[in-house]
Design a protein. Structure first.
Lengths: 499, 490
């Protein structure tokens, strides 16, 4: 694992980055809109050299005494999954679940690409190509992020269906394929080094849907990040928003050469690539829920509500959700499956059940967090107010007591506010409702992976005395996922009629 | 394990059983309100001799999973598989079986070990467990709470279920009336828990009372109202396990059947809530099975809203399966090495299903459409002047009118019958209801302080160390006390 300094240096690769509302960013490591996140990723790398973190982030010593990062491990057993999962849980909690993409996630993307190429079965040379890329990620820790490859809205509304693809090949050469186009939402591109662009981009190579990896710093690549989550510049008021805004973005490609070694034939659906990502998403959502529970517990203490029955009932509501997700992750790892390539993978059925439960509970969780502190949450002061001579005594009287100074209690309340009532919170919700397909996709995946339709249907018929026709419901799981919605141009636009 | 015939014969032990609305019955094996359930239990025993069930019901060593004291993940998983396969057969309605009885006694054994009031208590508990394992004797469970009339006694000292009349060298003689428990008419022994308030040498005790013993009378609730025609009530006519009360009139309990036990709420039900969750899962799975079968029978496989309803049920079923998988593969161990499904995972699954239960039933009422309401019986289909019209109305698409009607009646009996209502009312009380399960999660959730203090790392201000561990160690809420009604105060 490279050092944080080496990672920071790697980002100075000539990349062209814009942040909406901020303009061109010359150096993501120093620009105010991006540098805090760069430092979070720097810390992520350096943590692997911290002895206190060794047992969490590194595998047990092998025969030669070597310990490898769980983040870059290829899982071959349930024990490997448990080790990897533990490292995700501990690191994701650090950002309250706001930093969803890191090099560990990138390695899971690379394993998913290998899985997708294997399942597509275009030939062993392509599998070897995907394994070589995964191996490079595993050896170097290079930071890969993921785009499904869909086009931005303007492309999707073009009159000519042939022009609606995100990416078009300009020409092919001995070395690779030259691409031009614009790729829709994905996350952390300005902090990553490579972007995997999935087959939804519309690229076809030799009759196969194709995906590819493009370097963020590559010639002809422009990254456009979304506007930053609005926040107060005072970290006392925005302890999370100032640090954990990972910036989603789009990617523009202007005649970018993609070497053949980074072109992968896969099925059109991104699902095989997401084989491990669903698991990581659930860890991330779980860490966010755990962080909420952690604040709720701390606030319960700070507000003197430990003996308040109604508060404890709210806490149990949060616990029930957190524990359901923990159970889902435990089951997924201890009752695993194996990919076509032979790697151990978390059992999707269990992970999906946990994800659906959390999708349903998420807004209620945030609401409970807003309820527990009472209206003190709304009127809590900042550190500068507490330091104002004409206010300090009064604010100390108003917010101190019970073992807490006013500054301490206010700091905790502001942390809660920033977690569940901030622009960053709103971004997280909007992002997660789309990033992994949202609730419809999770339900569709569960429909496809649930195993025993016919067994259950025919088992209940045994209660009946009359002969019954055998039931075959194999079509229900076999139905494809709901197609991505099609954006139709407003009336008249593509027909030449006046609106 | 004994045969079903042996079990049936064992029930003719002189037991005194009264059924509310039916009076005293002479023989539970032949009485119409109880004979079907006796046969269900007889089949439970005989299934252990069926080669088709060997891999499900017997351990690799050939021992019935029903009577294995679990010491490993594999053993817990094996027992769990035996539970889920057998409990599905009654659509989750038969919640008490000899396997459940063995789990009761496992809990008693560990509760006695934990209380540690003397080695003879644990030794007696283990001896009785072995007796169950060797004979297949059917034990059921009663918490020991008093009935409402006793709880309203003017003198607080009289508000207990059972009083000790006297002690002898060989045992104690007790008298009283015990509140709700399940399947006493079909069981041979009842474990009566420490809610009776009985104490021996300063320790709370539970005891075992034989259903057929002198001085014991079992009063079963009224049967769930049902059609006599099994075509209309394929479940109700077979799976009404009959909850009951028990009256004890100077009943002798030998000391080896009296156990000083840990009074903690997790003690005796250590394995039982795992079984409860399997029971609720079986009901949900059966509902899903019916919904799937009806989706086929009503030609709705391509109907998107129906598929979405199915996914709603699938998500609930899978969540419980997931929680049970986690509980079994991430278990806990007692001090003496018994393997226990992880309570935190189980509690999450139980709470999830408590919330979803009514919605699941509602979906099954929705999926078939209004044909569910107007489906005919087999006798209607046989009436000459109706048969052609009913066949036209209900036959087609690969199903005869009779087949489709049978399936619709099965669904109705599952989610719109008095048996369904009984199951709901029973489960809202039997294991403490949602309130009990939430409290149980509160006690088994383990990292209160770790989470609370971890979030403080985000704050640069030095913060007081948070200690909220008392939330997790809170005593179980006291059972609600019954106050005198208005009329009683006059």
């Amino acid at each position: 694992m490279r050092t944080g300094a080496e990672y920071r240096e790697a980002l100075r690769d000539g990349r062209v980055v814009y942040v909406m509302g901020e303009g061109r960013v010359d150096d993501v490591t120093t620009h105010p809109a991006t540098r805090a996140m760069v430092e979070e990723y720097v810390a992520w790398h350096d943590r692997h050299r911290d002895p206190d973190w060794a047992d969490t982030l590194l595998t047990p010593p092998d025969a030669g005494g070597e310990r490898r990062p769980w983040a870059l491990t290829v899982p071959r057993s349930s024990a490997d999954l448990i080790g990897m999962g533990r490292s995700y849980a501990k690191t994701l909690f650090f950002s309250a679940g706001n930093i969803t993409h890191d090099p560990a996630y990138g390695h899971l993307i690379a394993m998913g690409v290998l899985n997708a190429v294997t399942e597509h079965a275009a030939g062993p040379e392509y599998v070897a190509r995907a394994e070589a890329y995964r191996d490079m990620i595993g050896r170097t820790g290079r930071f890969l992020t993921f785009s499904a490859g869909s086009a931005p809205i303007g492309y999707r509304l073009r009159p000519d269906p042939a022009q609606r693809a995100a990416v078009k090949p300009v020409r092919e050469t001995d070395k690779g394929v030259v691409l031009t186009g614009r790729v829709g939402m994905h996350t952390s591109p300005c902090y990553a080094e490579d972007v995997y662009v999935g087959a939804l981009c519309g690229l076809q190579i030799e009759g196969h849907p194709a995906s590819f990896v493009v370097p963020v710093g590559g010639k002809g690549v422009t990254t456009l990040c979304r506007k930053i989550a609005p926040r107060d510049p005072n970290p006392f008021l925005a302890p999370l928003s100032n640090r954990f805004d990972e910036l989603d973005g789009q990617l523009w490609l202007d005649e970018v050469l993609i070497p053949w070694g980074h072109v992968f034939p896969v099925d059109q659906s991104p699902e095989p690539v997401a084989r491990y990502l669903t698991w990581h998403h659930l860890y991330n959502w779980g860490s966010r829920a755990e962080f909420t529970l952690g604040i709720a517990l701390a606030v319960t203490d700070a507000m003197g509500l430990k003996e308040n029955d109604a508060t404890v009932e709210y806490l149990i509501d949060l616990m029930a959700t957190v524990q359901t997700v923990r159970a889902a992750l435990t089951a997924a790892e201890r009752d695993p499956e194996f990919t076509a390539y032979g790697y151990c993978a978390p059992n999707l059925r269990h992970a999906l059940a946990g994800g659906i439960a959390l999708f349903k509970a998420r807004q209620q969780i945030a609401e409970i967090m807003r309820i527990i502190p009472g209206s003190s949450l709304v009127v809590a002061p900042s550190d500068s107010d507490l330091a104002a001579p004409d206010l300090s005594v009064g604010l100390e009287e108003a917010f101190a007591g019970g073992g807490y100074t006013a500054t301490q209690r206010a700091a905790l309340l502001q942390l809660a506010w920033d977690h569940v009532s901030s622009g960053l919170d709103g971004r997280e919700s909007a992002f997660e409702l789309h990033a992994s397909g949202g609730m419809p996709s999770w339900r569709g995946r569960l429909r496809q992976t649930f195993g025993d339709y016919n067994e259950l249907a025919n088992a209940v018929l045994k209660q009946l005395d009359c002969d019954m026709p055998p039931i075959d419901l194999g079509d229900i799981p076999a139905r494809p996922m709901a197609p991505r919605r099609v954006n139709a141009a407003p009336p008249g636009v593509n027909t030449g009629e006046k609106r | 394990v004994r045969t079903g015939a042996d079990y049936r014969a064992a029930l003719r032990d002189g037991r005194k059983v009264v059924i509310m609305g039916g009076g005293e019955i002479d023989d539970v094996t032949t009485y119409p309100a109880t004979a079907a359930m006796v046969e269900h239990y007889a089949a439970w025993y005989d299934r252990h001799f069926d080669p088709g069930w060997t891999d499900t019901l017997l351990s690799p060593a050939g021992i019935p999973w029903a009577f294995v004291p679990p010491r490993s993940v594999d053993e817990v998983t094996g027992i769990g598989r035996a539970i889920t396969k057998t409990i599905f057969l009654s659509a989750g309605n038969v919640t008490h079986t000899p396997l459940y009885g063995h789990l009761i006694q496992m809990g008693v054994l560990v509760a006695a070990e934990t209380r540690d009031a003397g080695p003879h208590h644990a030794a007696n508990a283990e001896a009785y467990r072995q007796h169950i394992a060797e004979t297949g004797r059917f034990l059921t469970f009663c918490g020991g709470a008093a009935i409402i009339g006793q709880r309203l006694q003017p003198n607080p000292a009289d508000r207990v279920a059972v009083k000790k009349v006297r002690e002898t060298d060989t045992g104690m003689i007790v008298r009283g009336r015990l509140g709700m428990h399940t399947s006493p008419a079909y069981a041979e022994d009842v474990y009566v828990g420490s809610l009776t308030g009985l104490q021996i040498d300063g320790h709370p005790v539970g005891f075992i009372v034989p259903v057929g013993a002198a001085g014991v009378m079992t009063l079963c609730r009224k049967p769930a109202v049902r059609e006599a025609n099994p075509f209309l009530a394929p479940l109700s006519s077979r799976y009404d396990e009959l909850d009951g009360q028990m009256w004890l009139d100077d009943v002798f309990i030998p000391w080896e059947r009296v156990f000083a036990v840990d009074p903690a709420p997790e003690a005796i039900p250590r394995w039982l809530r795992w079984h409860h969750l399997y029971g609720w899962l079986a009901k949900a799975e059966f509902t899903l099975g019916l919904a799937l079968a009806l989706t086929d029978a009503m030609g709705l496989e391509e109907h998107d809203p129906t598929i979405e309803y199915l996914v709603d049920i699938i998500a609930e079923v899978q969540t419980v399966r997931t929680c049970i998988t986690a509980a079994e593969r991430d278990p806990q161990f007692t001090a003496s090495g018994y393997c226990v499904p992880n309570h935190a995972h189980l509690a999450a699954g139980g709470i999830s299903l408590f919330k979803a239960r009514q919605r699941i039933s509602e979906i099954l009422r929705i999926v078939p459409g209004s044909s569910l309401v107007v489906a005919p019986s087999d006798s209607d289909l046989a009436i000459p002047e109706l048969s052609v019209g009913l066949e036209e109305s209900f036959g087609g698409g690969g199903y005869t009118g009779r087949q489709r009607a049978a399936l619709l009646q099965l669904a109705w009996d599952h989610v719109s019958s008095a048996l369904d209502g009984r199951e709901s009312a029973f489960e809202l009380h039997a294991s403490g209801g949602l309130r009990g399960w939430r409290h149980w999660l509160r006690r088994s959730f383990h990292d209160y302080n770790q989470l609370a203090n971890a979030v403080l790392d985000m704050i640069t201000v030095p913060m007081p160390k948070v200690d909220v561990a008392s939330i997790g160690t809170a005593a179980v809420a006291a059972r609600r006390a019954a106050g005198l009604p208005s009329g009683g105060k006059k």
